[in-house]
Design a protein around this ligand. Sequence first.
Ligand SMILES: Nc1nc2c(ncn2[C@@H]2O[C@H](COP(=O)(O)OP(=O)(O)OP(=O)(O)O)[C@@H](O)[C@H]2O)c(=O)[nH]1
Length: 333
Amino acid sequence: MHQTPWMTSDILSRLNANAGMLLVRSLWEYCPEHMFIVRVEGPTDFVIEAMNPTRQAMLGNDTVAIGKRIEQLLPPPLCHGVIANLSRCVECGSPIRYEEEGGYIDRNGIYQQGHWQTLLVPITDQEGYISHLFGVSRDMSQLPEQPVGANPDSKEFERRVHERTAELVAANEHLTHLATHDSLTDIYNRRYLLELAEQELRRASRYEQSLCLMMLDIDHFKEINDTEGHLSGDEALRRVARTILATVRECDLVGRYGGDEFIILMPQTTADGAREIAERLRRTLTQASSLTISIGIASLEPTDHFVVDLIHRADNLLLQAKRNGRNRIEYAA
Ligand SMILES: Nc1nc2c(ncn2[C@@H]2O[C@H](COP(=O)(O)OP(=O)(O)OP(=O)(O)O)[C@@H](O)[C@H]2O)c(=O)[nH]1
């Protein structure tokens, strides 16, 4: 996706930080409502930091607007009303909704009379101070005439906003799930598992807690594919994932590392505890199906700085389990 020039790199990097934010990015680019972000520099001091294309189309040259104070951009009295509402939102520290009217100069240099319905949402920084305000304005002058007797502040409008927000939240959750889970087994994908695992490792190291990483691989998995077909192979992978989820604790992290390899990261678990779980897992699978697995278990050592240190040891132990005949568990004594 190309970099829109009317957003500062700071805002862009934050939007890119999470794959789920792609949705927000699309909303920003294609939403017919006016969206903007202002930086709070003082109680009545606000600087335009970003505007979406809809807003930009109204005012014209984006490079002129970005970085400008409200009073530099909008003529009085409109700017006074806008600043008053921005200040009110900072003061309240919570979202506010209001209507505003006023004249402005459009991108063609023509004076226009505007009427907007605006929602302002405060954005706090890491220390909890309101650093920015996010605004969404609906251009009421572009809406079809209300039928006689209709209430402009109707509950219907609110209901539609709620409905759309709920749809966006659901779509965002769905996108986040797709970005973080393996599509075949629905457990964590490798990238997300490693991201979470690094956090766990840092936590365990800081608080000197035990942590174990289990790496497991289905035995002779290639044969299942070759003799029973790829779909049976896929079902075997799903079965292993389901069995792992049913065996481990909720706080354990379960992911597909690749092919027929799985990783389970077990916080606050000693090597003995991990071995017990591994044995239960191995037994459950062999009792319920013809599948057997080999497992390597590594536990956190003071010299480990990254998850890959644990993975490397667990992988070597897994290889050892394969060499020693498969359907077995190996761990560092
Ligand atoms: N059905 C299916 N097969 C896959 C998938 N991803 C990888 N594979 C296959 O998994 C097999 C991995 O086999 P290996 O782990 O190398 O070998 P193995 O047959 O399990 O032998 P050992 O691990 O030594 O017991 C390969 O044949 C891959 O093609 C998948 O998503 N679905």
